[in-house]
Design a binder for this molecule. Structure first.
Ligand code: SAM
Length: 289
């Protein structure tokens, strides 16, 4: 089977199987070999690695992964793509295609069975609407992860990478940076896909921290505080926390916690760094004891 990363071969496969793109699954297939090579290089895939690919499509990136990794598991939700993948991946014996919704797959079990519980690499060109639940699900469920190299909407990649003081900074930036080091490795214009998406994309690598960057007594509490702070962006941190039903503290106690943090009473949540959120959550946790 010829490699797929160009328009001619992709069209040939789509025509052979009379494939209809499904909008609801966010199907935009890569047709640019340079982008594919960039992704594989950024993911640092070697013959030692077990790689989980999410959403293989017709198998364009999967072919590259099979060439470079020890073993690949590719999870694809669209059953119409399964016979196509059997064909485009027929040259490889180190790949298993799993026809399922990634949000329903027990990835911990997969990592245990296929990689002896050692950290796995995740590579994905995802539909944009499930980017956040997938990334957060992977981190929060404590799946052993080495890195996630992922194509996302350019704007989302920016949000993951920025710090306080920028308008893109928010709960996603903090959640990603708590678990991993984000690096944008390529910007990818719409003409690298078939069909062309309306927005620009970027490849971002999230390398999981070996040790957490901040000391947090209660992760759930910190994320509750972060969510409450960004729920009402225009309001002060104090107002955001006062309005949060899952942070059971009086107005006075919240003012005291903010004072203890050593910042102005009128500060907005968007001005706080990850370290400051961690410190604030430890202060609040202690008040609730
Ligand atoms: N990796 C291919 C490529 O780069 O050409 C396809 C990328 S396309 C943007 C996203 C793929 O994810 C599609 O094949 C789609 O059917 C699949 N997909 C969408 N939602 C999914 C889910 N919840 N679980 C697994 N696969 C999903």
């Amino acid at each position: 089977m010829a490699t797929l990363g160009n328009p001619q071969n992709t069209i040939a496969v789509l025509q052979k199987y009379n494939f209809n793109f499904q909008k609801k699954f966010g199907q935009n297939f890569l047709i640019d070999t340079r982008v594919l090579e960039r992704i594989i290089a950024a993911a640092g895939v070697t013959k030692e690695d077990f790689v989980l690919e999410i959403g293989p499509g017709i198998g364009t990136m999967t072919q590259y992964l099979c060439e470079n990794a020890r073993e690949v598991a590719a999870v694809e939700i669209d059953k119409n793509l399964i016979p196509i993948l059997a064909d485009t991946l027929s040259d490889y014996d180190n790949v298993e295609v799993i026809n399922n919704d990634i949000l329903k797959v027990d990835i911990n079990k997969l990592a245990e069975e296929r990689n002896g519980g050692k950290p796995i690499k995740v590579v994905a060109n995802l539909p944009y609407y499930i980017t956040t639940p997938i990334i957060m699900g992977l981190f929060e469920s404590h799946v052993p992860i080495d890195s996630i190299t992922i194509m996302v909407q350019k704007e989302v990649a920016d949000r993951m990478q920025v710090g306080p003081g920028t308008k893109e900074y928010g709960a996603l930036s903090l959640a990603v940076q708590y678990y991993a080091k984000p690096e944008i490795v390529a910007n990818v214009p719409p003409n690298c896909f078939m069909p062309r998406p309306k927005v620009g994309s970027a490849v971002i690598r999230l390398t999981r921290h070996k040790e957490v960057p901040v000391q947090v007594e209660d992760e759930k509490m910190m994320f509750r505080i972060i969510r409450a702070s960004f729920n009402q962006r225009r309001k002060t941190l104090a107002n955001g926390l006062n309005n949060a039903s899952d942070i059971p503290l009086s107005k006075e106690k919240i003012a005291q916690a903010i004072q203890e943090l050593g910042v102005s009473a009128s500060i907005r949540g968007e001005a706080l760094s990850l370290e400051q959120f961690a410190k604030l959550s430890n202060i609040i946790k202690n008040m609730l004891k």
